[in-house]
Ligand binder design. Structure first.
Ligand code: ZN
Length: 401
């Protein structure tokens, strides 16, 4: 989502009133301007991950989510196009990799830090591809369920030209990218991209390395979907795979497992709090993830943000979203609402149908307690070279993810 000065101000207000922490009013606020001083200063770091596969990431600024460029003999495949305001620098970084044009640009989800390049690359001839929910969300406009920040409907030039459901194979000469939709994860339109021959997995915001997820529960996100994504990724990858998160440094399989282990712990604890009848403010006051914060929250605000996001998404408070398409009848509207209010049953039963042993062999071999103490014992500095970026991002809630 766009970074919001208002949202940041609201977060500061929350931080100042540590005990009370009033909810933001459910008003619709104007979208903030997209360019910030931080973005203007942004630089881009390019890292080669495999033969012909490059990762572009923010360095000292914020270009948006991580970007992947995969070369072929007849063009480039790009995964996520960064922020609109950063396009000139992103375009220059792509040109430094190859003289070929971007033929396909794949959106991993609809947030502006991932789709901000759509209109620019499309203007230069790229075909923008996304799962169909991405187009619907962009076209309809969205409201952030936690902050109330509104993103207006996007103009046609921003919308993906090609949409898919389920999966799609994108091919150029010497390069194949397999796109798969993950339902109800960070949003309802997440796609992961598997570059099999390069052994590179691009997860979008279904994995944020070193950060709690910002589950966009008002726009179809759900923690069970995120955890299901982790099951898929653990089966797909091996110890040599390069795993590109939506945000944060490139990861290996062990770091991926750490993330999804954290998600399962957080979900289970929140489930207990909700079953105990705790209110959202009581849940926040309990600091249920205090032991996880050192690794996954940049600030106390980020920690509280995650507690609130998880509470609302798991306690059926995820209602403020506009429907994807206006239902034609009252009965259809009612059915759509009840579908949205109960996403957990679906994902749960999907998970239950799968033997966890098969999906998570590494986790079974290691008791959960061990996984957590291992996290605690790892010095964060040694493990995470990108701490500066995380500290920089700490001043705002996870709006972008
Ligand atoms: Zn993001």
């Amino acid at each position: 989502m766009f970074r919001s000065g208002l949202a940041v101000a609201a977060s500061v207000l929350w931080a100042a009133t540590a005990n009370a922490e009033p909810l933001p009013p459910p008003t619709i606020r104007p979208s903030p301007p997209e360019v910030s001083k931080t973005e203007i200063k942004s630089e881009i770091k390019t890292t080669k991950l495999a033969d012909g596969v490059y990762m572009l990431e923010s360095q000292g600024g914020n270009i948006g989510g991580n970007i992947i460029v995969a070369t072929a003999k007849d063009g480039l495949i790009m995964v996520d196009g960064g922020r609109s305001s950063m396009h000139d620098k992103i375009k220059a970084a792509v040109a430094a990799i190859s003289h070929q044009r971007v033929k396909y640009l794949i959106d991993t989800q609809f947030h502006a830090d991932h789709t901000g390049g759509n209109e620019h690359f499309a203007k230069d001839g790229a075909v923008v591809i996304a799962e169909v929910h991405v187009k619907n969300r962009l076209a309809a406009g969205t409201i952030d369920g936690l902050t109330g920040v509104r993103t207006p409907p996007a103009p046609a030039r921003v919308l993906p030209a090609k949409t898919f459901t389920g999966s799609l194979r994108v091919k150029l000469d010497g390069r194949v990218a397999d796109l798969t939709h993950i339902a109800s994860a960070n949003t309802d339109g997440d796609t992961f991209v598997w570059l099999k021959t390069a052994n590179v997995l691009v997860t979008g915001d279904t994995f944020t390395n070193g950060h709690y997820p910002n589950i966009d529960f008002a726009n179809g996100g759900n923690i069970d979907g995120l955890i299901a994504a982790g099951d898929t990724y653990l089966k797909l990858t091996d110890t040599k795979s390069k795993i590109v998160p939506g945000h944060g440094p490139v990861a290996d399989k062990a770091e991926l497992l750490d993330y999804y282990t954290m998600l399962e712990i957080a979900r289970d604890r929140m489930e207990t709090l909700i079953q105990e009848g705790k209110s959202e403010d009581e849940a926040v006051a309990e600091r249920p993830f205090a032991d996880l914060d050192a690794k996954w929250a940049e600030t106390e605000v980020a920690s509280r943000h995650f507690v609130r996001v998880l509470y609302r998404s798991m306690s059926d408070k995820a209602a403020p979203t506009a429907p994807l398409a206006p239902p034609r009848t009252a009965a259809a509207a009612s059915a759509a609402l009840s579908d949205r209010a109960k996403p957990r049953q679906d994902t749960r039963s999907r998970q239950d149908a799968r033997p966890r042993q098969d999906a998570r062999p590494r986790q079974d071999a290691r008791p959960r307690q061990d996984a957590r103490s291992r996290q605690d014992s790892k010095p964060r500095q040694d493990e995470r070279p990108h701490q500066d970026e995380r500290l920089r991002q700490a001043s705002r809630p996870n709006q972008d993810r």
